[in-house]
Design a protein around this ligand. Structure first.
Ligand SMILES: [Zn+2]
Ligand SMILES: [Zn+2]
Length: 218
């Protein structure tokens, strides 16, 4: 969806859209659902950024799906957002709604607040803050799969995001260490192609001290 990946996850405990995408992606999401007669129970957001969450409210309103995000990112979805680079230091809250929806995510509906270790629709919440305070990955033990959100991307190989888009850069660089305790054959990234075999070994190799540059070097 316009730069970021959206995922459909179906299971016996519920159907989920992970990160439906940038503002205006609702039409593409609804076409995807209609083509296969799919009904989502949940929209799960890995974090609040507009390229992942911009169309979440519209998808929920169109489908009746419930919206869930980690508690530390929930304040970014409503007026009075924390003032920092990714919210234009609060300026976004002073824009008219029709413009604001292109720079900040909106969700004036009931939010379900997620926390680390929680299971939702067959996926386990792995809180890995840094990129945003409430950044999470979603892990399926039974399917040996990890949805990384932006904790890791795979655009030019496995990376953490650059400092320009991280709320807390040093923490963002350490965040994927949370994944060392997990086993997963497959990894699905917020940006970049999936790894469908041996994904946890690849991430472990990336996290090995010898393969990483000092903090601050991009
Ligand atoms: Zn992001
Ligand atoms: Zn992103």
């Amino acid at each position: 969806m316009r730069g970021a990946q959206a995922y459909w996850h179906a299971g016996s405990e519920g159907n989920v859209i992970i990160d439906p995408g940038y503002t205006g992606s609702v039409g593409a999401v609804l076409r995807f659902l209609k083509d296969d007669a799919l009904t989502p129970d949940w929209v799960l957001l890995t974090h609040h950024h507009i390229d992942h969450a911009g169309t979440a409210l519209a998808v929920c309103q169109a489908t009746g799906a419930r919206l869930a995000i980690h508690g530390a990112d929930a304040p970014y979805l409503t007026a009075g957002r924390p003032r920092e680079r990714m919210t234009l230091w609060g300026m976004a809250d002073r824009l008219p709604g029709r413009l604001a929806r292109y720079v900040v995510s909106c969700a004036d509906c009931d939010l379900t607040v997620l926390e680390d270790g929680q299971s939702i629709a067959g996926l386990t919440v792995v809180h890995a803050p840094g990129h945003t305070p409430g950044s999470i990955a979603l892990w399926s033990a039974s399917e040996s799969a990890l949805f990384t959100g932006d904790v890791l991307n795979n655009e030019r190989g496995i990376r953490t995001p650059p400092w320009t888009v991280n709320q807390a850069h040093a923490a963002a660089r350490r965040a994927p260490e949370r994944f060392l305790e997990l086993r997963y054959q497959r990894a699905f990234f917020g940006h970049g192609p999936a790894i469908l075999d041996g994904a946890d070994e690849r991430v472990r190799a990336f996290l090995a001290p010898s393969s990483r540059k000092p903090a601050g070097v991009i």
